[in-house]
Design a protein around this ligand. Structure first.
Ligand SMILES: O=C(O)CCC(=O)C(=O)O
Ligand SMILES: [Fe+2]
Length: 359
């Protein structure tokens, strides 16, 4: 199958408010360059978002977008055989309209295919579930290599942050073991063109990511926005060719006793001429092992202990990564909606001031 590609869009306009993210050089981080690692730490503390260049997976990324196109081109009924369902599991196909974008229950407009790290790396064994043929066909050639490289990149970034957080070497790796089942996954996302003509304002609701660290790509079409700390104006993340976007999730905020940040972000229809094109994005989410309890690593780092002591109890969730994740996914599903409280129950550290969010 060769689906029509539709991503040769006009360039991102230069008159929009954009967020001045640091550009981090992956090769320097890998080489333990001290000043680049310090820049990464600053980005991780202040915004929790940065660009990553020299990561070396540009070609793999394009193959993954084609995998996404091949999957979304399957007949609707075929895709729905693999829908993620309402139980709080994210793996599988997610159809447009399945989740709420706000407390009023406004449906979302994006579809995605979510492939579990465990399923991809164990292929052809099934660990969690099965996937559409378009996914299976590319499991070995495209998905496995992309996941392996993404894991390596995320691990290098985590090791750098581990050093800055004065944690003993290997602590973060032990929370993300290759041996334990996890909700870590790769997601290819399609936001359909011309959403603005249907008056769609938000295609993916404002959220912080659930896990530890996200390695994100798009085909140079805008739509991602972040809300800078202490402001109420959404700022665009300008797509830069060859540059990935990395962001931290809630687990990293909790592990670091609040030193690091998982910033609120959302996806809106692309700006002006770009809106006439489908927007594709691709994310690899590193999340802790299922049994890992989300809590500040205070006993491993005096720096974290000191930070956590300023907000006593805030980072002792007593919740496992598996339960944290399932709660957030389940309560976004419209089929589970009882009222605004359901959507609020899907929130993470970005709304930790909200008493309804029980860690
Ligand atoms: O599509 C994007 O650029 C961001 C997607 C995202 O934030 C997510 O899936 O968590
Ligand atoms: Fe996200």
């Amino acid at each position: 199958m060769s689906p029509t590609t539709d991503h040769a869009a006009a360039s991102f306009p230069d008159n929009l408010p954009t967020v001045p993210l640091f550009i981090i050089n992956y090769e320097l981080i890998k080489a333990h360059d001290e000043s680049e690692t310090e820049r990464l730490f600053i980005a991780a503390k202040e915004i929790g978002f940065w660009y990553l260049k020299n990561h070396g997976v540009e070609d793999d990324t394009e193959d993954m977008f084609v995998m996404g196109e091949e999957t979304m081109a399957l007949p609707y009924d075929e895709k729905m055989r693999f829908e993620q369902g309402d139980s709080g599991c994210s793996f599988g196909y997610k159809c447009a309209g399945a989740v709420a974008t706000d407390e009023d229950g406004t449906p979302d407009s994006i579809e995605s295919i979510n492939i579990s790290r465990d399923d991809a790396l164990a292929w052809p064994q099934i660990v969690h579930r099965t996937y559409p043929t378009a996914v299976n066909n590319r499991m070995e050639s495209t998905i496995m290599p992309f996941i392996r490289k993404s894991i390596e990149i995320n691990n290098v970034l985590l090791e750098a942050l581990e050093r800055k957080l004065e944690l003993p070497r290997g602590i973060l790796a032990s929370k993300h073991s290759a041996e334990e089942h996890t909700s870590s996954e790769v997601r290819a996302i399609k936001a359909p063109k011309n959403q603005h003509l249907s008056n769609i304002k938000v295609s993916l609701d404002a959220h912080s990511d659930y896990g530890t660290i996200t390695f994100l790509h798009n085909r140079v079409i805008g739509g991602l926005q972040v809300l800078l700390p202490g402001t109420d104006e959404w700022m665009w993340v300008k797509p830069i060719p060859g540059h990935a976007i990395c962001n931290l999730g809630d687990a990293m905020v909790i592990f670091s006793g609040g030193i690091l940040r998982s910033n609120m972000h959302r996806v809106v229809p692309p700006p002006v001429e770009q809106a006439a094109h489908d927007r594709w994005s691709l994310a690899y989410f590193t999340r802790p092992g299922d049994s890992v309890v989300l809590e500040a690593l205070s006993s491993d780092s005096p720096m974290i202990a000191e930070a956590a002591a300023k907000k006593i109890g805030a980072f002792d969730t007593s919740v496992t990564a598996a339960d944290w994740f399932a709660r957030r996914i389940r309560n976004r599903r419209l089929a589970n909606r009882k009222g605004p409280e359901t959507w609020w129950a899907s929130r993470g550290t970005e709304h930790s001031g909200n008493p309804i969010v029980a860690y």
